[in-house]
Ligand binder design. Sequence first.
Ligand code: PSU
Ligand code: MN
Length: 308
Amino acid sequence: MTKPISPLLPIAYSKEVASAKQRGAPLVALESTIITHGMPYPGNIEMARSVETIIREQGAVPATIAVIHGTLHIGLEAAQLEQLAKATEVMKVSRADLAFAIAERRTGATTVAATMIAAARAGIRVFATGGIGGVHRGAEESFDISADLEELARTGVIVVCAGAKAILDIPKTLEVLETRGVPVVTYESEEFPAFWSRSSGIRSPLSLNSPAAIANFQTVREQLGIDGGMLVANPVPEADEIAREEMEIYIERALDSAERDEITGKAVTPYLLSTIFDLTDGQSLKTNIALVENNARLAAEIAVALGE
Ligand code: PSU
Ligand code: MN
């Protein structure tokens, strides 16, 4: 399962992660792009700390992943997490440039794709995030499809998210995942969620109602020799959601302004996220933090179930 890593690769485990690996304790990976490019300071550090706490409360160990001055870190110490949350000149790294950041001794925040690669190499099977990248609206013109989808097809990590943001084309995103053989399982709902909203109007390909059932599904895939990851969609708690119709107004405006400002490539997602934060006056940030916390809890439960 786990591809061996070269002993020459500059990699560092946090104290907590190193000890968990020794004991065989359940681990949950966390990405860092959400911290550096997905949320403003200080909301980002509050979120980063609270998701780690939630994972510990469930009996698992958090491993926030990032490249710091060329070293791949699996788990960050408190001071490193704080520095990363405040830093401004951080690369956003995916499969294409994870190795570049290490080779050039840079600091890079890992996307879902890059975090999956690092987690798999470190033997971590579950990963919690907010939203995944996907097929952007207008992808038939721009060809903008996130490397996250391809990574889900290749790398055997369970990714827990709150669905896909409606800044993406959700039906096309689900089509690509189906083509690439990635199971999409919604937790305790028949409908695929749309990040800030519980509802997307789109039926989930699969659904399961317990962490144990999700763990068992992945175990059977492995028994069959099917590699690749699984996407678990966990709807935002009702108390924290923002209605779909309300979000649609902000999304349209953010997309218009991205077009006006001619934003392309990996700048698109961070640009849209920060524009929406501004348009909702921070309300979207509260929802975003609540849903990541909710995902961290479920991911930890799945990691514990995998260990049983
Ligand atoms: N979607 C979100 N919040 C995020 C991201 C996506 O709702 O912070 C980040 C994740 O790190 C994801 C990346 O992997 O953006 C996708 O970027 P791109 O679309 O450039 O592949
Ligand atoms: Mn893109």
